[in-house]
Design a binder for this molecule. Structure first.
Ligand code: F0G
Length: 468
């Protein structure tokens, strides 16, 4: 802490401060440097192995890390823990019906359970499911059932420095070609992910969603949305899409989902909940099959692997997330965080997405070759210098060993995901200062090499040593 400037020039704060006041606090502790150094070594330089209590500011994920409101906590006390027909299920069903317009709602314990239910039912060997970009678990659930998960992101989404309002858009020409060139029945459904997490939390425009819906209708292909960050996406539409400024976010959401056949939701993101999710839709036969399957793998269809109190928290969170004062602050907070990093000379993906800032470690650390994991070196430095936890999205995560040959990832990114309603402007200011300090001494950072790696999903358990 001693290195921090005690009278810094304060960059502009968000236009309006946090639209809440704090009623309950959770202490966080900054361990001293020697302690952090020891922890890093014990964890073999893999922050997945560091206990949360030894992390000061945790920007690992925005999933399941939200602070719940007083109303959500009050709702938790009204949990009806009946096996069948809990009142909290009916509340959730009414919420989802009114926000999304789907008549049938099946709760699940988290997003990937919805993916498992849907894809194990509709995907067969030889099936293809297109999407702007599939999230890892979505891809894994399609591939586990013998299908191909196809990413058809439009070209702006692949350019990390291009300023474009809707870098989550799908390439509609490629979707049309796919639909025309694929035998009927081989595409069980088509998807869009709002916002596009794998592409930097970038939004999809309403026009693009409409175009996708029209193509799906023309070819008789069901259209589903991965709705994890639906409210943030709708907020970007209101801010950026011509003609949308005077609409309510709730109206935009209604219009989006009216164009689709159903959605998969992880309520751990825009449900403002610590656990939960659902699958909702209109196709009675399909939803009946999912219900039957659910009884085997997830739970009775009125609780779906959750306690009644969790259903209530989710139902209340889904309504709160549409409050525009909240969304304005949320998206602005993340954008301001990105602007602070830019002002400190830290290269980031542009424009800033809805839930996270992605640092371009290849540009920041050109002296570390990709084979020595520059993004992981930055993750290590963030913990070492400031007790900040982030996640590598680069060669550690996506590189492969193929026949003794090591491949590298297309980009070396560090994701700084911002949990909802958890950290204030001064927490993020602290992280920006730490990162600014690392940037100023960038040539001191060292590359890493593996001392252990598992054959699949190696980033979770990999062990490293620093290269002298
Ligand atoms: N779809 C998207 C777009 C996601 O970002 C996630 C989770 C899921 C599906 C799966 O949901 O975790 O509830 O099973 N993303 C988290 C993240 C893990 O850190 O980005 P889940």
């Amino acid at each position: 802490m001693s290195k921090r400037d005690l009278s810094p020039t304060v960059p502009p704060l968000p236009a309006l401060p946090e639209p809440w006041r704090i009623k309950m606090v959770e202490p966080i502790v900054l361990r001293d440097r020697e302690y952090r150094e020891r922890r890093l070594r014990e964890a073999a330089f893999n922050v997945f192995q560091i206990p949360s209590e030894d992390v000061y500011i945790d920007l690992f994920t925005d999933s399941g890390t939200s602070a719940m409101s007083d109303s959500q906590w009050a709702g938790m006390m009204l949990g009806d823990e009946a096996y069948a027909g809990s009142r909290n299920f009916y509340a959730l069903q009414a919420t989802v019906q009114s926000i999304f317009g789907f008549p049938i709602v099946l709760p699940v314990h988290q997003g990937r359970a919805a993916e498992n239910l849907l894809f194990s039912t509709v995907v067969k060997p030889g099936s293809t499911v297109p999407n702007n970009s599939h999230f890892d678990t979505t891809r894994a659930n399609i591939e586990a059932n013998g299908g191909t998960a196809l990413d058809l992101l439009a070209t702006p989404g692949y350019d990390p420095s291009l300023e474009h309002p809707f870098k989550g858009n799908i390439d509609l020409d490629r979707v049309r070609d796919l639909f025309r060139g694929t035998p009927r029945g081989k595409i069980p459904l088509a998807m869009l992910t709002l916002t596009n997490n794998s592409g930097g939390g970038q939004p999809v425009s309403l026009e693009n969603i409409k175009g996708m819906a029209a193509l799906c209708r023309e070819h008789g292909i069901p259209f589903y949305i991965d709705a994890c960050r639906f409210a943030e996406n709708a907020w970007f539409i209101k801010q950026r899409e011509p003609g949308q400024q005077s609409r309510n976010v709730a109206d935009i959401v209604r219009e989006i989902f009216a164009l689709t056949d159903g959605c998969l939701m992880s309520a751990k993101k825009d449900g403002l909940s610590n656990i939960g999710g659902f699958i909702a839709g209109r196709d009675r036969d399909l939803m009946e099959s999912l219900k039957q399957r659910m009884l085997v793998i997830e739970g009775f269809p009125t609780y779906g692997g959750l306690a009644g109190r969790d259903l209530e928290a989710m139902s209340r969170g889904l309504r709160e997330v549409l409050q525009e004062e909240y969304l304005r602050f949320r998206v602005e907070q993340v954008a301001q965080f990105g602007a602070r990093l830019t002002a400190l000379g830290i290269p980031i993906l542009r424009p800033v997405g809805g839930h996270a800032v992605y640092v371009d470690a290849k540009a920041l650390l050109p002296h570390i070759p990709q084979s020595q994991f520059p993004a992981q070196a930055l993750v290590v430095a963030l913990y070492r210098e400031g007790g900040v936890r982030s996640v590598e999205i680069g060669t550690v995560m996506f590189g492969r060993d193929q026949g003794g040959e090591a491949t590298v990832a297309p980009m070396e990114l560090v994701r700084l995901a911002v949990p909802r309603r958890v950290y204030t402007a001064s927490h993020l200011q602290y992280v920006a200062e730490i990162l600014g300090g690392i940037g100023a001494q960038r040539t001191r950072l060292k590359g890493l090499r593996f001392t252990f790696r598992a054959p699949v999903l190696r980033h979770f358990t990999a062990q490293f040593e620093e290269i002298a």
